[in-house]
Design a protein around this ligand. Structure first.
Ligand code: GRF
Length: 201
């Protein structure tokens, strides 16, 4: 049995983090959140982590150079020995320095069906383009912006009259049910000694 320690990195409200925490509590996901780190000291998600009694660490990124920040982040995470690093609304791009320490073990969730609409405001981009189906993607993180190998996706219909808010809310509901499943998938692959990217690569 491998350690199933999850480090969560977030910058905002942290609803995906809470959904992962709940999946663990329900017994759907066999894992443990070893720490929650935020680059935004007053992020709501960090306050939630404290409420849950988890190791909650504020590591402000304001004014810190990218490589220096990633070095600090690595140092912060190391004592918690994470098996996976799960980005949950973490608004920073990680450098190769960071990714090399956790090869194939950094996950992210994105509110669109990648490779469509990477980057910021994915739901707005989908509405502006006029797609009829969007959704969410959990993928492994590489050096690009939302470009890493896809783990799981869930489709969400775009309805006539949808606003950015209404579409985002329906996608978010699916995100909450998708992320923990992708985490379970990657942990199982690690346990079997398989490539975390899956068999088709
Ligand atoms: C989610 O929409 C996620 O897909 C994106 O950032 C948002 C984070 O929301 N990467 P929350 O902080 O988990 O509520």
């Amino acid at each position: 049995m491998i350690p199933r320690n999850l480090a969560i990195l977030l910058s905002g409200r942290g609803s995906n983090f809470v959904a992962i925490h709940e999946a663990i509590r329900r017994g759907d996901l066999e894992a443990r959140i070893c720490c929650v780190v935020s680059n935004v000291p007053d992020a709501a998600g960090l306050a939630k982590a404290r409420e849950f009694g988890l190791n909650a660490v504020s590591l402000p990124s304001k004014g810190v150079e990218r490589i220096e920040y990633d070095r600090l982040l690595l140092e912060t995470l190391r004592p918690y020995s994470p098996s996976l690093v799960c980005l949950a609304g973490f608004m920073r791009i990680l450098s190769p320095l960071f990714l090399e320490e956790y090869p194939g073990r950094v996950l992210n969730i994105h509110p669109a069906l990648l490779p469509s609409f990477p980057g910021l405001h994915a739901q707005r981009q989908a509405l502006q383009y006029g797609v009829k189906i969007s959704g969410c993607t959990v993928h492994l993180v590489d050096e690009g912006v939302d470009t890493g190998p896809i783990l799981l996706q869930r489709a969400v219909q775009v309805l006539d009259g949808d606003t950015e808010e209404s579409l985002s809310a329906r996608i978010l509901k699916e995100e909450h049910d998708l992320y923990w499943r992708a985490i379970a998938l990657v942990l199982d692959r690690l346990e079997k000694g398989e490539d975390t990217r899956g068999p088709r690569r």
